[in-house]
Design a protein around this ligand. Structure first.
Ligand code: ATP
Length: 435
């Protein structure tokens, strides 16, 4: 991954159908990217890994999928209406706008012109609910998924009566009107988050924080993000949100520098207390001894898009194989968008194609992320699959049909990383690919 640049990643993503610029035929729309056929598979695999690790495989976790549009009071109570803003400056000469904290030297980074006053710019996308256009109809696209978790705390407690500590997780879209979207999918206006609010008794927060610190690192590793490129930044007192007693930013060495990949924050009882006050509802927790508490919360917050960018940076590899340079993505099997590709050696031999089709259908029933490729010579097909990170290529040839009776019903299984090929019985393929 040492030589990887953003240009190489962006170009491969576009060429091979992972990620395209949003609304591209109209010249693009800043801060939006569209996931193509391979990108959506990769993204779904990562979300599925997160969901099974943190929701399904644990008995102290609950999942929700809340509406993106929420009552505007949610964002008043959470402090977003008053304070979810970035400092904005405008160049007096070219009128371009920048985030004040991203500008160095007090001059316009584009034209060198003088900059105007810094003002606060609220990053929530405002929208309107229903036909009437008045103050009552204002709503926002959620700027984070956490809000949908806090407003459902009481519902989940009433339905499931969980014992503390327990958590609620959600995956979904979030929207931020970033002043300067940049660096591909790193800073976008429409993104996806995977967030957990883990509710604890106040005395338990330190242990839970430590547990989620380790869990976060474990998740990055399971995704296939390079371990040595992840760094923990203890956010200093003055830089944390006022309600947070401890925050760690997990940073990653992206090609453009070390930047935030995900966050872990101890948010005290700030959110539940604020929603209780603003809604007038009792959202405290009734403990076994009859006492009522407002639980405190640990929040691990992952960005799907930044996870994907950190992964692409980690797995992008250039090497030499058989005297030729090649590019490949070293995805692990869990996240690879395609697990194996099936090749009939020649596409104009019906008996080969029929046998290959049989193997393809048999595998696809068990492992759906399998593709068929009969285009060009085998070498070309290997290059193509390497570039999209397919761990295995399977070739069906005349020996499979029994030309060499000893090799009947065996195929060539080629490993992406080593390029090595072995002869494997068709009956063993599923175990090999899934292992
Ligand atoms: P930054 O300081 O980089 O703007 P943040 O501290 O505002 O990020 P959080 O509010 O902690 O981010 O959001 C949680 C996670 O959501 C981030 O760690 C990141 O993975 C993701 N995220 C936030 N903003 C964006 C964005 N504009 N584009 C892509 N992902 C984002």
């Amino acid at each position: 991954m040492s030589d990887v640049t953003m240009e190489k990643i962006i170009s491969l993503c576009k060429r091979r159908g992972f990620i395209y610029p949003g609304s591209e035929i109209y010249g693009g729309l800043s801060g939006t990217w569209d996931y193509g056929p391979l990108g959506v598979e990769l993204k779904n695999n990562i979300k599925a890994l997160w969901w099974s690790t943190f929701i399904r495989e644990r008995d102290d976790m609950f999942g929700v999928d809340a509406a993106i549009l929420m009552h505007p009071k949610v964002w008043e109570a959470s402090g977003h209406v008053a304070g979810f803003s970035d400092p904005l400056v405008e160049c007096k000469k070219c009128k371009k706008r920048f985030r004040a904290d991203h500008v160095e030297g007090g001059k316009c980074p584009e034209c060198g012109g003088a900059l105007g006053e810094v003002r606060q710019f609220n990053m929530m996308f405002k929208t309107q609910i229903g036909a009437a256009e008045d103050e009552q109809s204002v709503s926002y696209l959620r700027p984070e998924t956490a809000g949908g978790i806090f407003v459902n705390f009481k519902n989940v407690v009433d339905s499931f009566h969980p014992k503390l500590p327990f958590g609620i997780g959600q995956i979904g879209k979030a929207f931020r009107n970033e002043i300067a979207p940049r660096d591909f999918i790193f800073r976008v206006r429409e993104m996806e988050q995977m967030e957990i609010e883990y509710f604890v008794r106040p005395s338990e927060w330190e242990a839970a924080f430590e547990e989620w610190r380790k869990e976060s690192l474990g998740f990055f590793e399971a995704v296939g993000i390079e371990k040595n490129s992840v760094h923990e930044l203890e956010v200093a007192d003055g830089d944390r949100a006022h309600y947070s007693k401890r925050t760690i930013d997990f940073e990653f060495d992206f090609p453009f520098g070390r930047k935030e990949l995900s966050g872990l924050a101890y948010r005290t009882d700030f959110d539940l207390a604020a929603h209780a006050k603003a809604s007038g509802q009792d959202i405290s927790y009734l403990d076994a001894d009859g006492s009522r508490t407002v639980p405190h919360v640990i929040e691990p917050s992952f960005g799907v898009d930044r996870t994907i960018l950190a992964l692409l940076t980690s797995v992008y590899t250039e090497d030499e194989l058989g005297g030729e340079t090649r590019t490949y993505l070293k995805f692990n099997k869990a996240v690879a968008p395609v697990k194996a590709a099936i090749f009939p050696l020649l596409k104009n031999k019906p008996e080969l194609v029929a046998k290959a089709r049989e193997v393809y259908m048999m595998l696809k029933k068990v492992i759906p992320q399998i593709v068929w490729d009969d285009n060009g010579n085998i070498g070309k097909r290997y290059r193509r699959q390497d570039e999209i990170g397919t761990p295995y290529c399977i070739t069906i040839d005349f020996d499979t049909l029994g030309e060499n009776p000893e090799l009947k019903d065996t195929v060539t299984l080629r490993d992406r990383d080593t390029g090595e090929q072995e002869r494997v019985a068709i009956g063993e393929l599923i175990a090999k690919i899934a292992a």
